[in-house]
Design a protein around this ligand. Structure first.
Ligand SMILES: Nc1ncnc2c1ncn2[C@@H]1O[C@H](COP(=O)(O)OP(=O)(O)OP(=O)(O)O)[C@@H](O)[C@H]1O
Ligand SMILES: [Mg+2]
Length: 351
C-alpha cells in the first residue's frame, strides 16, 4: 500500500512529499487488529469433565501444534467454534488472525469472492480496486470454515486447489498470492454421508480430514449438564445482579434427564431464562422451559429413542410459538437451516 503526504513550505507551496510504502501483509495485520479477528477462547475456558469430552479436548490439545487441517464434527451448539478458537490459540499460528467464515450463511454466488477475493472489475457490483478474500486476510493465522458441509460443490473445487497449491488467485486476477494458513473446518453434518450422497467432494474430504475431532453431544457427556448449568447460573446471576442461586433436586434431575438437542447453547439459554425468573432464589421446575417440566417417560439407563424425543420437542416448541420458525429456532437453540433440515428429516409439516 502506497500513501503520500505533501510538504508545504512557508509560501504555502508544495516543495516535496513523503511517501510511505507498506507491505500489504502489514496492512492486513492492521485490519485484523481493528476488526477484532482474534480468537477469545482457550482450552481453559472449555468446561466439561466427562470422559468422552475430555478425550476430545486431549486430542485437540495434542494436535493443535500441527499444521495439518482439522475437521470438527459435532451437533449444533456442542462448542465447535470454541474448540477452533482454543486450537488456534494453542498453535504456532496464534500470533496471526483467526478468521471465521460461515459457509452456510453466505449466498452461493458470493462465497468464492468472500473466500478468495476479487480484482477490480471482476464482476458488476465489484468494489473499485478489488478486495482481499478471507484467505488473504487469514495469512499466517487460522481460517475457520464453519458449516463446511453447506459449501457449494463449485466452491469446493476452488477450495481444494487453494489448499493444495497454498496460494490464491483473486477472481478476475492472474497473480498467485502465496498464503500460509491453518485450516479448521466444522460441520454438524456427517461428511462421509454427504460424500456418499454426492454433496461433498471426496478429494476435498480427504484433504481436510487429516485430523478429525468429534465434539460429543451434551446428552452423552455424563455429569457435564449440571457442571455447565451451575456455571451458567453463576454467570447470569452475576450479570443480572442477583445472588448466585442453587437448583433444587427436582430441577437438577429434570436437567439431567433431558436430551438437549440444542446442546450447550440450549442449556445456556435455559439457564439465562431460569435465573431471570428465579430472581436470586432457588431454581425450581417452574423456572425451567415448559418442555423440561413434563415427566420424562424413559429412565436414564434405558435405551432412549433420541430421534423420537427430538421430534416431539421440536413439535412442542413450534406449537408453543405458533409455528414461527425464527422464534422456534431461537428457543431450540438451533440454526434456522438446521431446524428446516430436522423438519424435513422427521416429516414435520409447518402448520
Ligand atoms: N464446553 C463448553 N464450556 C463452556 N461454554 C461452552 C462449551 N461448549 C459450548 N459452549 C458455549 O455454547 C455456545 C455454543 O458453542 P459454539 O458456538 O462453539 O457451538 P457450535 O458447535 O459451533 O454450534 P453450531 O454448529 O450451531 O455453530 C457458545 O456460546 C459457547 O461459548
Ligand atoms: Mg458454530
Amino acid at each position: 500500500m502506497f500513501s503520500g503526504q505533501p510538504i508545504i513550505d512557508h509560501k504555502k507551496e508544495i516543495c516535496g512529499g513523503v511517501a510511505t510504502i507498506r507491505e500489504i501483509k502489514d496492512v492486513h495485520k492492521l485490519i485484523n487488529q481493528i476488526v477484532g479477528a482474534r480468537a477469545l477462547f482457550t482450552f481453559s475456558d472449555i468446561i466439561g469433565e466427562s470422559g468422552c469430552f475430555q478425550n476430545s479436548i486431549k486430542i485437540a490439545q495434542e494436535l493443535a501444534g500441527s499444521t495439518s487441517s482439522i475437521i470438527l464434527q459435532g451437533e449444533s451448539g456442542t462448542g465447535k467454534e470454541m474448540f477452533a478458537q482454543a486450537i488456534h490459540n494453542a498453535s504456532s499460528f496464534s500470533h496471526g488472525p483467526f478468521i471465521a467464515i460461515n459457509c452456510g450463511a453466505i449466498p452461493r454466488d458470493l462465497i468464492e469472492s468472500e473466500l478468495f477475493g476479487y480484482e477490480d472489475g471482476a464482476f458488476t457490483g465489484a468494489r473499485r480496486g478489488g478486495r482481499a478474500g478471507k484467505f488473504e486476510l487469514a495469512n499466517e493465522g487460522t481460517i475457520f470454515l464453519d458449516e463446511i458441509g453447506d459449501m457449494p460443490l463449485e466452491t469446493q473445487v476452488s477450495l481444494l486447489r487453494v489448499l493444495q497449491e497454498k496460494q490464491v488467485v483473486r477472481i478476475g486476477g492472474y497473480k498467485s498470492i502465496p498464503i500460509n494458513v491453518r485450516v479448521i473446518a466444522a460441520t454438524n453434518k456427517n461428511l462421509e454421508d454427504e460424500v456418499r450422497k454426492g454433496n461433498f467432494r471426496k478429494d476435498l474430504f480427504y484433504r481436510l480430514n487429516v485430523i478429525s475431532i468429534n465434539v460429543p453431544p451434551l446428552r452423552s457427556r455424563e455429569g457435564d449438564v449440571l457442571l455447565l448449568a451451575r456455571y451458567y447460573i453463576r454467570k447470569f446471576s452475576i450479570m443480572l445482579g442477583y445472588t448466585v442461586c442453587n437448583l433444587d433436586t427436582e430441577a437438577e434431575s429434570s436437567l439431567e434427564m433431558y436430551q438437549w438437542p440444542g446442546n450447550v447453547r440450549e442449556l445456556a439459554n435455559a439457564m439465562e431464562r431460569a435465573v431471570n425468573l428465579a430472581k436470586g432464589k432457588t431454581i425450581r421446575m417452574e423456572h425451567l422451559p415448559e418442555h423440561l417440566q413434563k415427566p420424562v417417560k424413559t429412565g436414564r439407563n434405558k435405551v432412549m429413542d433420541i430421534e423420537n424425543l427430538e421430534k416431539e420437542i421440536i413439535i412442542d416448541t413450534l406449537k408453543s410459538v405458533n409455528w414461527n420458525i425464527s422464534r422456534g429456532s431461537l428457543m431450540l437453540g438451533m440454526a434456522r437451516n438446521t431446524l428446516y433440515r430436522k423438519l424435513n428429516k422427521y416429516g414435520i409439516t409447518i402448520q
